[in-house]
Write a protein that binds this ligand. Structure first.
Ligand SMILES: Cc1ncc(COP(=O)(O)O)c(C=O)c1O
Ligand SMILES: [Zn+2]
Length: 398
């Protein structure tokens, strides 16, 4: 097994040891990335060796933290060809343990927390990260302290309670929950596993990038559409592409990365449109896609940098568009998506209609979670008048 070489600040480049739990850069608050000695790993880790390995994210073990995995079978999710659009593929993350891609990040973070001997973990969550933290903490025999907005989908709350987590429902947004964790963690002895406040959730999420390459025969697609709240998956996939290039598994080509947000909370889209390097706090955030209700992403500077690197884009989907796309995927693809995932379809249609992507471009749409987590949200939308098939005033050339 290969050791982590060091942790690196994404702002100032400072190096830190991974021998003890780390959070963010003490100098500038930068997100820390895990760095490995890829030159050494390259000599013995060959992509052809993967075919006989277990179908979980831990198949990429050489480029993951070297501790006994706390695993519930996360990752290696299907890459489904769309029934509606040739060259479009849906990465079905709803099949992960706890029904969302958050399982990947929490599997890695809880693995390392256990390896470090931590006992009590805490996180603010829009919902699905909470479910994942609760499940993996239960599996690891650790305490989970979770702060969620009081209007999270019912499933998230019921799951967390069932897994034995300590749940606090907050009359506010994820940013208010984060504030509470920050205030109490030192006194309570909690380790904060908030999005990007520790280095290992990115490591779990990056396996989505490895999987895309492996599932496509080591040739990356032209575009990846990713429902972006905190943006961890986007950062993770980009990190994976750079690692795979260093391992000699892929070349220098990269997909155009697309961050889709909800029109009711679109700080990254606003920053992108205004050519800013960071985002502003989005006031009065409101959307039924609870995972996208993140008013200010901690790693906004990294998300915006990645969009810029290969001519990507950020765009928003309204709740009406998201629900229409949700029904379309259910009826046409047989996929019961999370609203966040359905936003990917909205983005794809808009980007086809605008000519950003062509019919020949191979594109991956992320369905980041299962709609089964959102039955209350979906039912509540039934009372509203049916959405039209026409999206955002654009009838696409599909
Ligand atoms: C289903 C789903 N999709 C997307 C997101 C956004 O994920 P990220 O914070 O990694 O951008 C979340 C976050 O809660 C989510 O639950
Ligand atoms: Zn720094």
């Amino acid at each position: 097994m290969f050791k982590i070489a060091y942790l690196e600040c994404t702002k100032c480049g400072a190096h830190f040891s991974a021998d003890q739990p780390a959070s963010i850069c003490p100098t500038d608050g930068g997100v820390l990335y895990v760095r490995y000695d890829l030159e050494a790993i390259k000599r013995s880790f060959k992509r052809d060796s993967l075919s006989t390995r277990p179908a979980t994210m831990w198949r990429y073990t050489e480029v993951l933290p070297d501790a006994p995995p706390v695993s519930l079978g996360e990752g290696f999710t299907p890459m489904l060809p769309s029934r509606e659009f040739p060259n479009v593929f849906i990465k079905e993350e709803g099949l992960n343990p706890t029904g969302s891609f958050k399982a990947r990040g929490m599997s890695a973070a809880v693995t390392m927390a256990k390896a470090y001997g931590l006992k009590k973990l805490a996180a603010p969550s829009a919902g699905n990260a909470a479910s994942a933290l609760a499940a993996y903490s239960a599996a690891a025999g650790l305490e989970a302290h979770i702060f969620m907005p009081k209007d999270v989908p019912l499933a998230n709350r019921v799951e967390c309670e069932s897994y034995g987590a300590h749940v606090t429902l907050v009359n506010g947004l994820i940013s208010d929950c984060a504030h509470m964790v920050g205030e109490r963690k030192d006194k309570e002895g909690w380790f904060d596993v908030s999005t990007l406040k520790e280095p290992f959730r990115v490591e779990g999420k990056k396996t989505m990038g490895y999987e895309i390459a492996e599932q496509f025969g080591w040739k990356l697609p032209q575009g990846i559409i990713y429902p972006t709240g905190g943006g961890v998956g986007l950062l993770g996939m980009w990190k994976a592409f750079d690692e795979m290039e260093a391992l000699g598994w892929i070349g220098s080509e990269r997909p155009k990365m697309v961050a889709v947000q909800s029109a009711g909370c679109a700080p990254i889209v606003k920053a992108w449109d205004e050519h800013k390097a960071t985002s502003e706090f989005w006031k009065d955030a409101s959307t039924l896609a609870s995972g996208l209700r993140v008013p200010k992403a901690y790693g906004d500077y990294l998300i915006l940098e990645i969009l810029k690197k290969n001519a990507g884009i950020a765009l928003a989907a309204t709740d009406t568009e998201i629900m229409e796309a949700f029904h379309q995927w259910a009826r046409v693809e047989g996929i019961f998506a999370a609203p966040e995932g359905a936003a990917s379809l909205v983005a794809y249609r808009k980007l086809r209609a605008s000519g950003f992507f062509s019919a020949d471009d191979k594109i991956v749409l992320f369905n980041t979670g299962s709609g089964l987590k959102y039955l209350d949200v979906i039912e509540s939308q039934k009372k509203k008048p049916p959405a039209s098939r026409q999206i955002g005033g654009i009838i696409g050339p599909y």
